[in-house]
Design a protein around this ligand. Structure first.
Ligand code: ARG
Length: 243
């Protein structure tokens, strides 16, 4: 039985991650419940000045009038120099989003006004439609989500790098019907590094592209249970046709 060190249990980070540098992930946004002055409900990514990609389960049942987005944020509880809080204008939840399977867990948010792009505020590129990633590919996930299952949110944006787990191996963990081809899994066999509650909707990056969107998992950073992400490459056409 593996002895877990405090660091592997989170020890104050995403789970097992470290502080991002200011401006390191200029596409990262916070999705705010209540409006531009609301509180963190999910992460997301700018894909243009006016459009954000987030998770479907972050949009499900939400009306645009009660949602805001903060761009250029680094500290969750402080206003950062390039931070702008913007009202959401339109919510475009994937028409086949399935809240039972958490399938097609993707959503577009149109902003009321364009984000001001600069060093700390930029769009991230989408992958090629249907691009695949080999098992073991190292990818980075970011967010202000809890630093352990049931823990508290991070005050500084966190990043953690985890290897891709093949759909086959991911199905061994979660069952064949739970993991669809349009999901991508990542994590260490021994656990210890993962996204967690509050990171949902945020970016999962294999290189300089939005390879995935934080979606679900059994607990956080549990051995044998990788994090599961919406595989953005299956939705490139959907994104381009809906923004
Ligand atoms: N559903 C969670 C959220 O709403 C994200 C869960 C990610 N879990 C994981 N083990 N990677 O924030």
């Amino acid at each position: 039985m593996l002895l877990r060190t405090p660091m592997m249990r989170g020890g104050g980070r995403i789970v097992g991650g470290s502080d991002a540098s200011p401006g390191e992930f200029p596409h990262q946004i916070t999705l705010l419940r209540g409006g531009p002055d609301g509180s963190l409900m999910c992460g997301g990514s700018l894909v243009s000045e006016k459009w954000v990609v987030t998770a479907g389960h972050c949009c499900d049942g939400q009306s645009a009038s009660r949602l805001g987005v903060a761009v250029g944020s680094h500290n969750l509880y402080q206003d950062d120099p390039d931070q702008e809080n913007i009202q959401v204008k339109t919510v475009v939840l994937h028409e086949d989003y399935d809240s039972f399977n958490i399938e097609n867990d993707i959503c577009l948010l149109e902003l009321e006004s364009a984000a001001t792009f600069g060093a700390n505020v930029k769009a991230i590129a989408l992958p090629k439609q249907n691009e695949e990633y080999d098992e073991g590919t190292m990818c980075t996930v970011t967010g202000w989500g809890t630093t352990s299952e049931g823990g508290s949110l991070a005050s500084v944006l966190q990043k953690v790098t985890v290897p891709v787990v093949s759909d086959k191996h991911c199905r061994d963990s979660y069952g064949a019907s739970s993991v669809t081809d349009s999901m991508i899994c990542a994590g260490l066999d021994q656990g210890g590094k993962d996204s967690c509650q509050g990171d949902s909707g945020g970016p999962f990056m294999c290189g300089n592209q939005l390879s995935g969107v934080v979606s679900w998992g059994y607990g956080c950073a549990e051995a044998g249970y990788p994090g599961v992400y919406t595989q953005t490459s299956y939705f490139v056409d959907w994104v381009n046709n809906n923004m």
